[in-house]
Design a protein around this ligand. Structure first.
Ligand SMILES: Nc1nc2c(ncn2[C@@H]2O[C@H](COP(=O)(O)OP(=O)(O)OP(=O)(O)O)[C@@H](O)[C@H]2O)c(=O)[nH]1
Length: 907
């Protein structure tokens, strides 16, 4: 019987909506397109909230999500070049840490590293340096390394699997601020079965993700080729390293710290000899990180204790970033690296010296076979080699030489004479140049001399060694002409160091006479000799006789004439003369001299005036006519006021006035109108009056106001620029418009973005203002106020360090120097919240010593465990609870609240 026959309606099978297939896909596509086109418009009700409560809840939820995403903007206080990015390579023993560092260094620098000891700095890009550090396998080393790592490369032996070292390190990092982490699997070539390899990779990856986070980067180094990891894999790893940005960690941002890449014990050897265990003086070098370090800061050296800094000096960057020239790639020459502990880097910078490492086998420095060596080498003497060899012959230190030298303003005497004149080749030629330059300078010298310390200046082999500057004693000594050695006699006379050049085997009669007169009466000589000096400079214009007559004394001897003639002959090509002509140069000399001769030391006043009144005679008919220029240049130097006005421009004057000079106006009204004339700042439309005009109008205050205005304007411009930089998104909208645009684009939370951006902008503004203010200061004041900036390569000098630090110094163990903040140098009781780690088998017992690591410090202490009861009282516990937090109270150096704490029972 057919079912229909009964007359009873059978329930129909419900329509099954197709969930897959072409139709569904088509339909879905349509829907999606409709949505895109504006599904809301077509059927607005379908997308509207049905319930106000639900709407509110959804809104608040999205707001919450957005708020959680936002962080309080932190001011990035670093100015200038950032310090190198610290990459800590960690892993169990024999996993391939050293090999990986070597391969990476090779990749970046094309240099083979024989030994990995201490931090290795390499330039990895145009604006980036990387510092590799191999993490030691002991707990102390791991703790220290975790505190400075910007990126941790966790090496895992793939053929073996994870080892505890990796997890311990991960846990340490979690406590002390988690930096970026990447895993690297090595020893994968030991898998013979590809399938097994694939499975192991998967397993290890997921384990790694579980420990860090889903998607954490894990690299595979598939094996070795010629004992090195394959280039391709190293290249990929290097690429990843170079794009990672460090995470700003609050502890590190608030404390200055450095990873010492060089360590020197500078204790005097005598005190070490007397007592081997005496406290030592050490110097530590490294890039400053975290925040600026001020001079008085106390520091903690991990493993050694707290010390106050005896000295902080900023040094030249040993591994500078390549210049920001417009180049695309990084040239090979600029691929620098620096690793003094590994014996790399040929230059070592110290406070007052630079050390150059040259392999002994490359160059022979011994003095004996000097000539033979150069012959053997075949090529001519290298400049560097010659320099080093000349250094061997140096008998006097630079300080001594400086003491014995003097500045020669008005003559042809070598600028800084000293002993090491047996320099050869380039050294000498450079010296000659110096002397040539000295000629341009005007002559001031004095009637020096006498002699106490003897200084041989035997090697003035060239014509420069003529010492014609001082009138009386050294005038006729010309060892170059006669092949005679010069001896220099130094004495302290009339309040300054003076030198006398005495030839050992050559005596000049004139010289003798002169010396005799010198010795007779020093005070008399002062005047007369100064006259000679002025003669020296004036005589060049050919008016020697007039000068002689000026003297009016018996000084009109013949030798003087010959001296003048010689001086003239030797005068040679003066740059001044070549450019401006003889007359002009002389006039300049004159004026310069008179400017300086207003110092009573050199010329008696009466005589000076006499000289001044006699203008040089330009009787040389062959000379070109410079009169036109002269007219422009001439000033009335008989005017006392005019002379006074330039008095402070000389060594003996008041230099502090120099800064104010620009603001002062010549009393004569002469002057700088052309230079400091009115002008209009086209950008601002502001008209700047000349200073002279302003002060003439009797408005000294106006100028100050103007300066303030200019400064304000500059700051405003800077702030605007900063704002633009921070907001730049390619559009040329104004600040508010940009804000609006951003608000529109952030549908989820329209207000927070605006506020957030404003906050950021404010911070950037403040930073720019600070920077501009600080940059206006001179270096010392800036350092005093701001401290040494991060990224600076600094040298820290620390006294009273226990000898064990020096004795047991191990370059493979990082030396971390951390600045101690206010209140952190005190000791006291601390209360921390503690939980037994799941790997620690036993519970901890009260008063059992543990090693605690907080902040920069590691120290041993005996904690008392406690738990908070319901009534709020702390009840002491004999043992820590199994799986719960409890309190631990212990004595130790204090750390600020919220610092991460880590405790280990044994090292
Ligand atoms: N077959 C194979 N050998 C490797 C691999 N990685 C490293 N090695 C070898 O493992 C040995 C140890 O390498 P190192 O770089 O000294 O390891 P390390 O971690 O620095 O060792 P420690 O400093 O003693 O902790 C070397 O002989 C390497 O050649 C790898 O992926 N495959």
């Amino acid at each position: 019987m057919a079912p229909g026959d009964t007359g009873v309606e059978q329930p129909r099978k419900a329509h099954r909506v197709a969930k897959s297939g072409a139709k569904v896909r088509k339909k879905k596509g349509k829907c999606a397109a409709g949505d895109d086109e504006g599904g809301e418009r077509k059927n607005p009700k379908a997308f509207a909230f049905r319930s106000a409560t639900k709407a509110k809840r959804l809104q608040s939820r999205s707001a919450e999500i957005e708020q959680r995403r936002l962080h309080v903007p932190i001011m990035d206080r670093s100015i200038g070049e950032p310090p190198p990015f610290v990459v800590v390579v960690q892993g169990p023993p024999q996993v391939g840490k050293s090999l990986l560092i070597k391969c990476l260094v090779k990749h970046y620098t094309k240099q083979n590293l024989s030994d990995v000891r201490g931090p290795i700095t390499v330039v990895s890009g145009k604006s980036r340096r990387v510092q590799f550090l191999e993490c030691p396998s002991d707990i102390n080393g791991m703790i220290d390394a975790a505190k400075i790592a910007d990126l941790a490369l966790l090496l895992i032996d793939g053929s073996y699997g994870f080892e505890m070292d990796t997890f311990e390190f991960l846990n340490i990092m979690q406590v002390h601020g988690f930096p970026k982490v990447m895993g690297v699997l090595t020893h994968l070539d030991q898998f013979k079965d590809v399938k097994k390899l694939r499975k192991t990779k998967q397993r290890l990856k997921h384990r790694f993700w579980a420990e860090i986070k889903e998607g954490a980067k894990l690299f595979y180094l598939s094996g070795l080729i010629h004992g090195k990891y394959t280039k391709r894999e190293v290249h990929n790893l290097a690429r990843f390293i170079s794009v990672i940005k460090p995470i700003p960690l609050s502890w590190r941002m608030a404390h200055p710290y450095l990873l010492a890449d060089r360590f020197e014990d500078v204790t005097s050897s005598e005190s070490v000899r007397l007592n081997r265990k005496c406290d030592r003086k050490i110097t530590l070098y490294g890039y400053l990180r975290g925040c600026n370090m001020k001079r008085g800061t106390k520091v903690h050296i991990t493993g050694a204790g707290d010390f106050s800094l005896s000295g902080v000096t900023s040094l030249a960057d040993p591994c500078p970033l390549p210049s920001a020239a417009k180049k695309r790639g990084l040239r090979d020459k600029e691929k620098l690296f620096y690793a003094p502990m590994s014996g790399l880097g040929d230059l070592l910078y110290d406070k007052d010296a630079v050390y150059i490492n040259i392999n002994d086998h490359l160059v022979q420095f011994s003095n004996t076979d000097d000539n033979n060596a150069s012959k053997k080498q075949g090529k001519g003497n290298d400049v560097g080699v010659a320099l080093v060899k000349t250094l061997q012959n140096t008998k006097y230190s630079l300080d001594e030489k400086l003491d014995q030298s003097f500045i020669n303003f008005f003559g042809r005497r070598p600028a800084a004479q000293s002993e090491d004149s047996d320099m050869t080749g380039n050294a000498i030629s450079s010296r000659q140049n110096d002397q040539g330059e000295a000629n341009i300078l005007a002559q001031v010298g004095g009637n020096n001399l006498s002699s106490a310390g003897t200084l041989e200046s035997n090697g003035h082999s060239s014509s420069e060694c003529s010492s014609d500057s001082e009138g009386d004693n050294d005038d006729d000594i010309q060892p170059s002409d006669h092949g005679v050695d010069l001896r220099e006699e130094v004495e302290f006379c009339n309040g300054r160091m003076r030198r006398k050049a005495v030839s050992a085997n050559f005596q000049d009669d004139d010289d003798d006479d002169d010396d005799g007169s010198d010795n007779e009466d020093d005070s008399h000589n002062e005047d007369s000799d100064d006259d000679h000096l002025s003669e020296g400079s004036l005589s060049s214009d050919g008016s020697g006789e007039a000068l002689d007559s000026d003297d009016g004394t018996e000084n009109t001897s013949k030798w003087k004439k010959s001296l003048l003639a010689r001086t003239l002959a030797r005068r040679g090509a003066s740059l001044m003369q070549l450019v401006y002509g003889q007359a002009s140069a002389e006039l300049d000399n004159d004026s310069g001299e008179e400017g300086s001769s207003d110092e009573e030391i050199f010329v008696p006043k009466g005589q000076k005036k006499q000289v001044k009144n006699e203008l040089p005679s330009f009787d040389d008919i062959d000379a070109e006519d410079y009169s036109k220029f002269l007219k422009v240049e001439l000033r009335d130097w008989s005017n006392e006021d005019l002379i006074k006005s330039i008095r402070d421009r000389f060594v003996t004057g008041d230099w502090s006035k120099a800064s104010l000079r620009g603001r002062e106006v010549d009393e004569n009204g002469e002057g700088d109108e052309e230079i400091d004339g009115d002008f209009e700042d086209l950008e601002t439309g502001e008209v700047h009056k000349s200073q002279a005009a302003e002060s003439a109008a009797g408005k000294p205050g106006v100028q100050k106001e103007d300066e303030l205005k200019v400064e304000e304007l500059r700051l405003k411009k800077l702030a605007l620029k900063a704002k633009f930089d921070s907001e730049y998104d390619g559009s040329d909208l104004s600040g508010e418009e940009v804000d609006n645009e951003k608000k529109k684009s952030k549908r989820e939370q329209p207000d927070a973005g605006g506020y957030f951006d404003k906050l950021k902008e404010e911070i950037e503004l403040r930073k720019q203002m600070n920077v501009s203010e600080l940059n206006d200061l001179d270096e010392d004041t800036r350092v005093e106020i701001e401290g040494f900036r991060t990224g600076t390569y600094v040298r820290l000098e620390i006294h009273g360090v226990p000898y064990e630090l020096v004795e047991h110094f191990d370059p493979c163990h990082p030396i971390l120097v951390g600045g101690i903040g206010l209140g952190e140098e005190n000791t006291g009781y601390m209360q921390v919240s503690l939980k037994r780690h799941r790997w620690h088998r036993k519970v901890l017992k009260t008063k059992d010593p543990i090693v605690v690591s907080i902040g920069w410090r590691r120290f041993q202490t005996t904690p008392v465990y406690a738990i908070e009861d319901r009534n709020g009282r702390h009840r002491m516990l004999k043992y820590t609870p199994e799986h719960m937090h409890c309190f631990a109270m212990f004595w130790g150096p204090l750390a600020p609240p919220k610092s991460g704490v880590l405790a280990v029972q044994s090292l």
